[in-house]
Unconditional design. Structure first.
Length: 242
């Protein structure tokens, strides 16, 4: 049973490296999980995973894991009992959680905190990538963080980011409950800049009104933050156009 008070909550920070970005056809090649109570890591687990298929070169060039590295590694199914134990009665935490949880369906349905989405609500950062937030917030993720795009390294960065975001969350006097924290991460966030499209990287204030209108009318279920930002900016412009 997960405690409702954040002060007593246990967190399980997970990260995966994969053969690609589509969970319907791609597979895990490395998985890490850090079990945390308050700010202390109480259990660590990381394992290479045999995906049962060749690792595409473009994926290996990102995370540095090749077919020879996973030869003889366990299949993900063999690691399920260990990962279930580490995440039991814990809030699952991941950066861009939708991606990681999609590759770990046996923890689907657990309460999840996405540090990327939480950061969008609490930090005015130029980028919300894991490593970019680590640098922007000057986080100490220990020596492990130097192996970027490896599961253990990225999990340590996410753990450090979680602690900083929880500190900011408390400082701003949000309710110190698990349900309130989950509810915040589920809400759309107002962005400073779009991360894609013709006006990628530009301040929202400089994006043409017609582009914002097209974005609002588009099927935006996969980028709710962008649509929400466009709606808010259009409303602001309507209020000030007199």
């Amino acid at each position: 049973m997960i405690r409702e008070n954040l002060a007593g909550a246990t967190f399980a920070v997970v990260d995966v490296e994969t053969t690609g970005i589509d969970p319907r056809r791609d597979r895990v090649v490395e998985v890490a999980c850090l079990r945390m109570r308050r700010s202390e890591i109480v259990e660590r687990f990381c394992s290479l995973v045999d995906p049962g298929r060749p690792i595409p070169l473009e994926a290996s060039m990102v995370h540095g894991i090749y077919d020879s590295d996973v030869r003889g590694a366990p299949a993900l199914a063999h690691l399920v009992p260990r990962l279930r134990a580490l995440t039991r009665e814990a809030l699952v935490v991941a950066h861009n959680a939708r991606f990681d949880v999609a590759f770990l369906p046996f923890i689907a349905g657990r309460p999840v905190i996405c540090t990327m989405r939480l950061a969008m609500h609490l930090v005015d950062a130029p980028s919300y990538r894991n490593g970019a937030l680590r640098d922007y917030l000057c986080l100490d993720a220990g020596p492990e963080h130097r192996r970027a795009h490896r599961a253990a390294a990225d999990a340590h960065v996410t753990a450090a980011l979680l602690q900083e975001l929880l500190r900011l969350y408390a400082r701003r006097q949000y309710p110190q409950t698990v349900s309130a924290l989950i509810e915040m991460t589920a809400r759309p966030a107002r962005l400073r800049r779009f991360a894609f499209g013709a006006h990628r990287g530009q301040p929202i204030e400089s994006v043409p009104t017609e582009y914002l209108r097209r974005l609002v009318k588009a099927d935006a279920k996969d980028w709710p933050d962008s649509r929400y930002t466009a709606e808010r900016e259009l409303a602001l412009r309507a209020d000030t156009s007199f």
